[in-house]
Design a protein. Structure first.
Length: 172
């Protein structure tokens, strides 16, 4: 019987809650500002082509982590593409092995201007443990021009994202 009275009271009173507050643009995060800047500069998403020039795959694991929800790289307007003919940024990992030197140069040449190259990891930035040898040309900058170097073994996804954004922040 008491339940019947409670239901009558609920129906008679209706919904009792405060109205939703208005949105405050001042609370927008830096991430949203970066996305707006990328879209302003490019008018579209930034496309990245990853090139493994002979890495141990440690850097590749961090690249894959960028697609996780905590980093939301695609939400920033940064997307990975399969063809160098459709990208703005080449992301190169590993010391450049002699077997991949020609392939890396061809990929660089196939990328349209303007383009940026990001060398990722200690091996890509300095040649790492391998350096220049009979099997490796050394760092990426010894083979193609590099705009941004992201050191670390491997660098964190956050550092990698900062490197990609640093490469394109100068605008076109």
């Amino acid at each position: 019987m008491a339940a019947h009275l409670i239901l009558q009271k609920i129906l008679k009173t209706g919904r009792v809650s405060e109205p939703a507050p208005a949105a405050d643009p001042a609370l927008r995060t830096r991430v949203q500002a970066l996305q707006a800047e990328i879209l302003r500069v490019f008018g579209q998403a930034v496309a990245v082509r990853h090139v493994d020039a002979g890495s141990c795959n440690g850097c590749e694991l961090e690249i894959h982590a960028l697609n996780a929800p905590q980093y939301n790289i695609e939400g920033l307007g940064v997307k990975f593409a399969a063809s160098p003919r459709h990208v703005d940024v080449l992301l190169v990992t590993g010391p450049v092995s002699r077997n991949l030197e020609t392939a890396l140069k061809r990929t660089y040449e196939a990328t349209p201007e303007p383009k940026w190259v990001v060398a990722m990891g200690d091996c890509g930035c300095t040649g790492g443990l391998f350096g220049a040898s009979y099997a490796a040309c050394g760092r990426v900058a010894d083979v193609i021009p590099v705009d941004v170097e992201v050191p670390g073994c491997p660098p964190t996804p956050t550092a990698l994202l900062q490197g990609i954004l640093a490469a394109v922040s100068g605008g076109r």
